[in-house]
Design a protein around this ligand. Sequence first.
Ligand code: FMN
Ligand code: EPS
Length: 391
Amino acid sequence: MRYMTAGESHGPQLTGIIEGFPAGLSIDIDLINQRLAQRQGGYGRGQRMQIETDQVEIMGGVRHLVTLGAPICLVIQNRDHANWGAIMAPTEPGDAVQDRKRAVTTPRPGHADLVGGLKYQQTDLRNVLERSSARETAMRVAIGALCEQLLAQLDISVLGYVTGIGSFTTQPAQSLALDLVELRAKIEHNDLRLLNDSDCQSTIAVIEAAKAARHTLGGTVQVLATGLPAGLGDYTTAGSKLDGRLAQSISSINAIKGVSFGDGFALGQLAGNQAQDPIEWTAATGYTRTSNHLGGLEGGMTNGLPLVINAVMKPIPTQMKPLATVEINQHQKAAASTERSDVVAVTAASVVAEAMTAITLCEVILEAFGGQTVSRIQSRMKAYRQELLER
Ligand SMILES: Cc1cc2nc3c(=O)[nH]c(=O)nc-3n(C[C@H](O)[C@H](O)[C@H](O)COP(=O)(O)O)c2cc1C
Ligand SMILES: C=C(O[C@@H]1CC(C(=O)O)=C[C@@H](OP(=O)(O)O)[C@H]1O)C(=O)O
């Protein structure tokens, strides 16, 4: 399976194409739209999210709500395009005078503006920021929600949630025995995707303080996945290691600056005998462990325990009290551009991280058990799980 997205933030639409997705999956469009709504949520998002009501349209690869095995084409309209028609029209010529007047020429530190402009020889940095915008992650969430539905058919669940915003941090879920249905009910109970509703007030206070001071915040997220058999991913080549593939897919999310697994950076301070997960065997479970410090990964492969991924998001780069920059035509000192912006988007990032994990897990599962139809993949995976139990 592979996917591709296209579309600018204020262009007409986002488009996604997924190739290699199996036939025979009955899809729930409401669930995709639910995930899109969750990505739009979270206290501290900017005015753009009041303009958009993201809804997926299915334009190919599905008939009567069942996948055909053909490339799947998804579309999400940008409602805000109506306000940007002339500026963002893909097929009408620009107005040279107007375009020069409107050009973005004061790159924001921390965004793609300056380096993207240098790389693509742009004099209007809008030509960079339109695509580097995290608007694109809406399509990744729609694709991830389809992958989540395929994973559900294989008894695999994925969940992303917020573990900290700015100075506020919470205790993550205990990762050895996890009920993701129960956890999902908890985090979907509040708009911030925090495990405990009681943490919301303090978190909102932190966000309000940042907003009042006209600066921005980052935070941390955790993604959990359960129901994974041991042996997804591989130890034999650099490119097939699942930890490497997950690190790439999570750190490809805009503003994510760090990814770790299990106890992550804390492992560096532990004695060796405290950091590994002792092995046990029972007839009912086959091989298992008595702890999960390593987040369900050994040698670039799942080990059958819950997968635990942690990621950190830097504070949003666009600042209402702009940082110093350089105007790119005159090379004069200037204040960076102040686009309308989110104060914080960690809640949204947790939904995107959930989607990216679902996509990466589907990729490795289809590589290992692929066979054009959902029922064939189900029976191959069932036989593999049975084989593991009997070893
Ligand atoms: C869901 C989401 C929403 C974001 N919203 C904004 C925003 O409103 N303003 C902004 O400057 N950056 C925003 N960002 C971060 C930028 O897109 C990101 O910092 C930029 O693309 C540069 O990429 P990098 O931080 O990965 O280097 C957002 C990121 C995510 C994941
Ligand atoms: C549009 C989304 O996020 C955007 C991500 C973003 C950025 O620079 O990354 C900048 C803002 O865009 P705008 O300038 O239109 O307000 C965010 O709203 C979205 O998440 O759907």
